[in-house]
Design a protein around this ligand. Structure first.
Ligand SMILES: C[S@@+](CC[C@H](N)C(=O)[O-])C[C@H]1O[C@@H](n2cnc3c(N)ncnc32)[C@H](O)[C@@H]1O
Length: 426
């Protein structure tokens, strides 16, 4: 099937059915054979998610009435057509004819003329992007702009701008296989540009690479993981033979990193989502690591764990994921304002419950990939206020020693937006 038709299906699923891009895109990519086509399909879908309000306005302004009923899939197709004209180097005639052909393939022969007409109209435009309000100006929902303004009064525009950049590719060297320096040498020999990141095993690639081209990837010598997420293992600092709980573990990036950093620990990896939990086991298998993988609720540990209390707990809590919009631009449209309050409530429930399962003297590392204080510093402040035996241990990397935790903003040292707070019991 025509690549634009597949792209329209992906965008439709995200916008109309609330399915995430990371689920909807691979399903359609499977239908393509060439790597180049798969990459272009991804580029079109990601591009539309990044620039949705502007594309929507440009397209809607060219139409006398919106698409209705089954024809609604033609609207995402027009967004894809418009994205090609405004944001790619695809020649306009090819973008228009391929998009019209996609309309035919989607079995809307009767709308081919409309698609052609709208796209030709847009082609004649001066390529001026609409900026009439903040949603259009920043391609971000108004509620999120408002919250970011209040959280980052001096830098909110930069935070939004960084959330629209294409993220770099980070690797995590497997310390059980080789030292980071040895792996960097291997990359260097293959002329793959890379440099060491700030945390122990982080490697930043100069340009994204197909993992099949990375030495030893299938044998587990290296994994793909953002530099910010790689701080979890360093900050939790598991020690030999300790009992560790990874309370929200799926898909298992941090689970594996904890074991790579101290292989003698007994690690219990738990997640509420059975499907996502399968990926934890797959990741452990690829890296030949062992953990006890449990399908369970981190807010009800008693129901699945009768063992001892934990020496350390990693609580990588479910969150708005507003720190990783640059990797998942669909988050801007899938997340709703009301989700923030619900998530913050869930986070505090899990935090309170996990705390009861931490040994006196133990460490709990609270983490999110959010950049909203409601889920981060405010969440931890409230926890400290209601929990007498909890103290906050400052993190060396946080800008001010009296900050409540370490807030990393998107793009900072090339990393995703992330938050860490280290809590000590007793
Ligand atoms: C941010 S993700 C974890 C990412 C993971 N730590 C990693 O590094 O790959 C949050 C996870 O929390 C899980 N989750 C949500 N509510 C939960 C609960 N009550 N108990 C356990 N896991 C939960 C979600 O299924 C999701 O997989």
């Amino acid at each position: 099937m025509n690549l634009r038709a597949l792209a329209a299906k992906v965008v439709f699923q995200v916008l109309e059915k609330g399915i995430s891009l990371s689920v909807a895109l691979p399903e359609q990519q499977q239908k393509l054979t060439s790597g180049k086509d798969k990459a272009l399909l991804a580029e079109l879908c990601y591009g539309v998610m990044r620039h949705l309000p502007q594309l929507d306005k440009l397209v809607s302004d060219c139409m006398s009435k919106p698409m209705k009923g089954k024809q609604r899939i033609v609207h995402p197709l027009l967004l894809i057509g418009c994205y090609q004209l405004y944001f790619t180097r695809i020649p306009a005639h090819a973008a228009i004819s391929e998009t019209a052909e996609a309309c035919r393939q989607l079995k809307f022969e009767g709308l081919v003329k409309v698609v052609n007409g709208v796209l030709r109209n847009l082609q004649r435009n001066e390529k001026q992007l609409p900026t009439d309000n903040e949603t259009l100006q920043f391609n971000t929902p108004a509620w999120l702009v408002k919250r970011l303004k209040s959280a980052y009064p001096d830098t909110w525009q930069q935070v939004i701008e960084q959330s629209h950049q294409r993220p770099p590719m980070w690797l995590r060297n497997n310390a059980l296989s080789q030292s980071r320096e040895q792996y960097l040498t291997q990359l260097n020999e293959l002329e793959i540009g890379a440099s060491a990141g700030q945390s122990d095993n982080a490697i930043l690639l100069d340009a994204a690479k197909d993992v099949a081209l990375l030495p030893g990837f299938s044998e587990g010598t290296v994994s793909v993981q953002d530099g910010a997420a790689q701080w979890a293992a360093t900050l939790l600092a598991p020690q030999a033979n300790e009992l560790i709980l990874d309370a929200c573990a799926a898909p298992g990036g941090k689970t594996c990193h904890l074991l790579e950093s101290e292989n003698s620990i007994e690690l219990i990896a738990v997640d509420f989502d059975a499907k996502r939990l399968e990926r934890v086991q797959q990741n452990l298998d690829r890296l030949s690591l062992k953990a006890k993988v449990i399908h369970g609720d981190a807010a009800n540990i008693d129901s699945w764990w009768q063992g001892a209390k934990f020496d350390r707990i990693l609580l990588d809590a479910p969150c708005s994921a507003t720190g990783v919009i640059r990797r998942h631009p669909d988050i801007k449209w899938l997340r709703k304002q009301a989700d923030i309050e619900a998530l913050s409530k869930l986070q505090s429930q899990i935090l309170d419950h996990c705390w009861q399962w931490l040994k006196p003297g133990g460490t709990l590392l609270y983490a999110t990939c959010s950049i909203l204080p409601e889920e981060n510093a405010q969440q931890v402040s409230a926890f400290l206020a209601r929990t007498q035996d909890a103290t906050l241990a400052p993190i060396a990397q946080q800008p001010k020693s009296d900050d409540i935790g370490w807030q990393i903003t998107p793009g900072q040292d090339n990393m995703d937006g992330f938050y860490y707070a280290r809590l000590i019991k007793g």
